[in-house]
Ligand binder design. Structure first.
Ligand code: PBG
Length: 428
């Protein structure tokens, strides 16, 4: 199984080879207890129950045939086997009660690590992750204060190392977010479709180094906009829809021309998926996928991301284009539009606070679903871990598993590398 995960990985560390990284089981650490049950498991403590272990001392073969063995048992010569174990004792003072007349006891399938693993409904693998990476023009990697463990990576140095590390543990998909120099930002965000801009340049370099890497791009004007908005802002503050879509089409085509595999409009303008599909097809990029940010909410969980890219709106908020967090049904309106306009993947964002939106879309569309575990979600788990209030690694893995359970096929997460290492049994 591991080999399918790592088939695209170039330099797999030998320590990881052969390990099953395919599924995450919350009880992974307990699996070793299958071999030798500890005190908490269903086997009773040793001193009370001296159990004869049939496997510890395999009897010497007698050389009897099957028929002779059967005849011996029929004749009453029953071979030795471990005795029926005594009933485990309950602590003194335990009330003696008649057992409840239950036809179903759901705890039966949870009795042991092996049973729990057998009936686990959801799994998670490094192949499900898309790793968002921040890039900049510098040569050094700059730490992002609000996102411990994340950096603005030098596009020619740190980025390459990070991508190589991710591929080593089976994460073969990334999404790029550029920090654009202020001097290149304009009200119409034209730098977004400069073929020699940071993103197209980086894509070409990554494709050259890692031909098998799957590169997702963000389609929106905010990193390039002097107003910090995803679209062109009119004098009266209105975000202009159709004019913005025109720019987004040029941006998507420039990214495709550089080699992007999946373009991801995160801007929430109306009609952009159909327009981008048309523009890509006209330019000969029929094979490029569109991952639409279908249900993207106007969320305060994006705060750390905007700090990372210095992309805070210079005025106002994004509520005239991103969805109202109070709305549930409206997500279906967006789903129908994106489906009919030709989106390949539907994305929900943020992730954990919006699990039921993921489930709603999963139940209403056959298309693949992506969940974005956004910067604020990441930073809260990191902060809780740093303050020793929660077990960072366990909460990280649980949060990712929950996104899968809700119905996400892929997850965009800043934890991609850390979680993949954890799935591969590596601790760093
Ligand atoms: C920009 C964009 C944002 C994120 C992804 N693309 C920020 C925003 O909409 O303001 C947020 C990602 C995160 O918080 O991790 N179009």
């Amino acid at each position: 199984m591991a080999s399918t995960i790592f088939s695209t990985s170039s330099s797999l560390p030998t320590a990881v080879k052969g390990l099953d990284c395919n599924t995450y089981k919350p009880t992974l650490g307990n699996l070793r207890f299958i071999a030798s049950p500890n005190k908490k498991s269903i086997a009773a403590p040793k001193p009370l129950f001296p159990v004869v272990r049939a496997t510890s001392d395999v009897p010497v073969k007698t050389g009897l045939s099957d028929a002779e063995c059967e005849a011996a048992v029929v004749a009453g010569n029953v071979p030795e086997a471990p005795p029926v174990p005594p009933t485990p004792l309950a602590p003194a003072g335990t009330p003696v009660v008649p057992s409840l007349p239950l036809s179903r006891r759901p705890r039966r399938t949870r009795r042991s690590p092996a049973l729990r693993a057998a009936f686990q409904e959801t799994s998670i693998s490094p192949a499900n992750f898309v790793y968002p990476l921040f890039i900049h023009e510098g040569e050094e990697d700059t730490p992002i204060g609000a996102m411990p463990g994340c950096y603005r990576l030098g596009w020619r140095h740190g980025l390459l190392e990070e991508v190589a590390k991710a591929r080593d543990v089976g994460v073969n998909s990334i999404v790029l977010f550029p920090k654009v120099p202020d001097a290149l930002k304009t009200p119409t965000g034209d730098e977004a479709y400069n073929d020699y801009g940071l993103v197209p340049r980086t894509i070409r370099m990554l494709k050259d180094k890692f031909p098998g890497l799957v590169i997702y791009t963000d389609v929106a004007l905010d990193p390039y906009s002097s107003d910090g908005h995803d679209g062109i802002v009119r004098e009266d503050g209105v975000i202009m829809n159709d004019e913005t879509v025109h720019q987004l089409c040029k941006q998507a085509v420039a990214q495709a021309r550089a080699g992007a595999d999946v373009v991801s409009p995160s801007d929430m303008m109306d009609g952009r998926v159909g327009a981008i599909r048309g523009a890509l097809d006209d330019a000969g990029f029929q094979h490029v996928l569109i991952m639409s940010y279908t249900a993207k909410y106007a969320s305060s969980f994006y705060g750390p991301f905007r700090e990372a890219l210095d992309s805070n709106p210079r005025f106002g908020d994004k509520k005239t284009y991103q969805m109202n967090p109070a709305n549930y049904r409206e997500a279906l309106v967006e789903v129908h539009e994106d489906e009919s306009e030709g989106a390949d993947i539907l994305l929900v964002k943020p992730g954990l606070p919006y699990l039921h939106i993921i489930r709603q879309i999963r139940d209403n569309s056959p298309l693949p679903i992506a969940a974005y575990q956004v910067s604020g979600e990441y930073s809260m788990i990191k902060a809780g871990g740093i303050l020793k209030m929660i077990d960072e690694e366990k909460v990280m893995m649980e949060s990712l598993l929950c996104l899968r359970r809700a119905g996400a096929d892929i997850i965009l997460t800043y934890f991609a590398l850390q979680a993949a290492r954890c799935l591969c049994g590596e601790k760093r």
